[in-house]
Design a protein around this ligand. Sequence first.
Ligand code: DGL
Length: 269
Amino acid sequence: MAQVPDAAAPLLLFDSGVGGLSVLAEIRKVLPDAPVIYVADHAGLPYGDKSEAEIAARVCGLLGRLAERYQPRLVCIACNTASTIALAMVRDVLEIPIVGTVPAIKPAAEITQTGVIGLLGTAATIRQPYVDRLETAFARGKVLLRHAAPGLVAAAEAKLRGQPVDPAVFARAAAGLTAQVRGAEIDTVVLACTHFPLVEPELAEAFGGAVNFVHGGSGIARRVQVLVGGQRFDRVTEGLALFTGKDEAVAHQLAPALADLGLHQIAML
Ligand code: DGL
């Protein structure tokens, strides 16, 4: 029988940076009292330009150490790049529920009217066989156009630190899809990187308000809610945000965005 977790055992969310906060925002809507530890691997950011081997080793190593130290009741890999590459490996090594974040191709295929779907992700995500499998399983008969938009990762990080972002970044990301053959027919865009929902209003403007955006956040929150169903929560301490790397100043610039989601303590790993 599965062990009943300690009431203070946290949910541990993991991303290369602040992207996973878009997932935490959805989890907070359904589990407002859950104790949360959010981990941003800023020392490894961005994951999108790394190799599969590098990402897998980094994510498995870090999550192994974090799980041992913080004894979470559940881990959410709130990162498409890490999930599409390392989800199965992490599940093999950790004995707690692991929820991943994978591109929301299924809901996009259900709502597209034109049958042409755009997908924005990191360079590492858009080349994954995992994405090919989702396309085959759920978007048969539709057209899925992919574009790597690494500039949006830095844009989301800057936005949450309260810094200005050049609108050309969003225009370039939109054009990367719309300039492709049949790109003008796109009516639905999958935000296949957790950083991207953080800049959805800017992207909507760049697409001229002509598309719907879909991402995995609310589906992940429902899955987490089911997995912890019936468990007690004791939010004894404030939420904790942990950052790898040395740039403590950057972590503290994020304090208002973190506090909005109940993460009132910041520490370096
Ligand atoms: N937030 C991550 C994702 O969902 C990736 C950002 C990065 O390149 O590190 O894919």
